[in-house]
Each structure stands twice: as structure tokens, then as C-alpha cells.
Design a protein around this ligand. Sequence first.
Ligand SMILES: Nc1nc2c(ncn2[C@@H]2O[C@H](COP(=O)(O)OP(=O)(O)O)[C@@H](O)[C@H]2O)c(=O)[nH]1
Ligand SMILES: [Mg+2]
Ligand SMILES: [Zn+2]
Length: 351
Amino acid sequence: MIIKEYGWDEHFNRELQKIDNDTLLPLLPARVLADYGQMLRVITDKGELLVNRPISNIQLAVGDWIALEQSTNPESYSIYTAFPRKTKFSRAAAGMEVKEQIVAANVDTVFILQSLNRDFNMKRLERYLISTWESGATPVVVLTKSDCCDDVAEKMAEAYNTAPGVDIYSISCITQEGIDDIRKYLIPGKTVALLGSSGVGKSTLVNTLVGKEILKTQEIREDDNRGRHTTTHRELFLLPGGGLILDTPGMRSLSLWEADTGMEMMFGDIEELINLCRFHDCTHQSEPGCAVIKALESGELEQKRWNSWQKLQKELNHLEAKKEGKQRQIEKQWGKQIAKLQKELYKGRHR
Ligand SMILES: Nc1nc2c(ncn2[C@@H]2O[C@H](COP(=O)(O)OP(=O)(O)O)[C@@H](O)[C@H]2O)c(=O)[nH]1
Ligand SMILES: [Mg+2]
Ligand SMILES: [Zn+2]
């Protein structure tokens, strides 16, 4: 069974049995390997196939498990349905519209990559950690290009401070430092996604793990040392020793989409403090009995973390308001359509 190597398991098998299949032939389970826009490349027990992206509302992402319907023409398959996801990494789509973008589905471990030389940024790391916890996958922090950094220990300590309890590694694809340590996450049937800004070394890491140049990487441009975009789509690879790895194009920004669980995982202590404030609508500015002010004064709560929490909370509140606004808009449009219909009905009756 090919699909087992790609993560098909009892869980999805049970989901398959649940599907009320009214097609002539049995459904063919498939996992999305690459997203080319209109077309998706999938893996099945019959090998790799190209299928059309459905026009329906289901938003599919690399890593998704779907069921294909076989037509009587054996060469033709279409998407019948998608299986519920085990995990889902989302962000708010770029642009004006309030929309979820699913970056990857059914990922077990997220490698959050930052380079030790220029991409190192704890605010960004916080965002990736929140989104990863929210997704249901386990985060692992991978600090790249250790060969280009002379204060690795200091940066590791900073990362530990931002990501307590999370596994953190420093690696170099040039000296091979740390590469064998992170191989332990590459388990047959399990999926690791590589996330991080453009140029941090995601594709180079895939090549290093695979042991050959299967992906194009960026040339460092002399002028700004930044590099160009080369990974243009998300793609899932089966590693020689088993295990799956998902390379992604760099994300310019990671706007949060949903973060209840993620915020709790990262800032649960702050949420607990807030519950201890004397007034339930405490603004934590100057109120008497404010547990936050007290914790800031005693040093129990770091000012930096409090600032982060406030900033993220503001962003999330803003996002909630936008989502609600969108919902109201939809309802208003509905209202208008119904009013129009009623008017026409009324006219019809009184003609
Ligand atoms: N010095 C050094 N450069 C690296 C390392 N890993 C990747 N690079 C370079 O960083 C640039 C961007 O790498 P790439 O894998 O394309 O990044 P991606 O955009 O995250 O996929 C390339 O020029 C790589 O050669 C490393 O461990 N050390
Ligand atoms: Mg790349
Ligand atoms: Zn307070």
C-alpha cells in the first residue's frame, strides 16, 4: 500500500468507511502533494495523479487527504470529498478580504526556521509558535546557518526564553551541525512542515535531509545578501528513510487567523493573572488590585511578554471585529435579497 507511507492510517480508514458512497466504483483515497492552483498533484495507491481543484467551498491544501471518485473511464478521477483534518495550519490571507488561508493540512511537526544571521526575530517566533500550537501540530524551533553566527549560545538562550518547553536546535547545512539531531522527527508516516521567511534555508534543509539536490535554492545576491524566491509552491516529499517533509515558499508575514489555543499555550500565565485582577473589566493601567501591574512590578511578568500579549490581543480583537463585520455584511445581503423576493411576490399577487 503506497498511501501508508504517506501517512494513511486507521483514523482515515475509519473516516473512509463513514462516507456514504453513492458512486459505482470504490472511492480512491489520495493525499495532496502539490498545489499548482487549478490542478493538484496527489498520491494514491495507483501512483501519482493530477486532479482538478474542486469548484466547491472546500478549501484544499497540501497535506489534505481526499477521496477520489473514479469515472467509468479508468483514467479520469475527480474529487468526491475531503477527509476531516487532524491538524490545520492557517493564517489570515493577504489582502483586504477577511479570509482564512490554509497553509498546510495534517502536519504532525512544524519546524519553525529562523536564520541565526539575519532573520532572527523573537516577535516573529512568537507568532509562528502561536499559529503552530493553534494548528494542532507540535512546534520545533530550528535556528539555521549556525556557521554564520558567532553568538549561537546567546541566541539559543533567547529562543528558549520565548519558547519555553519547545525543542530548539541550531543547525548548519554547511558544517552539518545539528542535522542528525533533527532527523528524529522524520518518522515513517509522519509529516514535518518547514515554515519561515524566505531565504532562511528551508529548501536547502530538504536537500540536506534527502541527501541530494531535489530542490532549487536561492543564490545569495551580492548586494543585500537576501536571495530570491525560488520555491513557488508548497510540496510534500517522501524522504528515503520514510517520513514526509513539506517545503513552503517563504511567508512575508504571518497574520494570525485563529489563536485561542495558541495564545493559551504561549501566554496562559498572563491569562491566569488577568483572572486575578480585582475588577473583571480591569484595563491593567492603574486600577487597584490589578494582578498584572503587581506581577510587572515584582518581575514575575516580563514587560516584554506583556507588551507582546497586548499587541497580539489588539490584533486579534481587530480581526474578530472584521470577521463579525463580514458576517453582518453577509446577513445584510441576505436580508436585501429576501426583501426583494418578498416585494416581487407581493407585486405578483396584486397584479
Ligand atoms: N551559510 C549558510 N548558508 C545557508 C545554509 N542553509 C542555506 N543557506 C543559504 O541560504 C540561501 C537561501 O536558502 P534556501 O534554502 O533557498 O532558503 P528558503 O527560501 O528558505 O528555501 C541559499 O543561498 C543557501 O545556500 C547554511 O546552513 N549556512
Ligand atoms: Mg525555498
Ligand atoms: Zn489588571
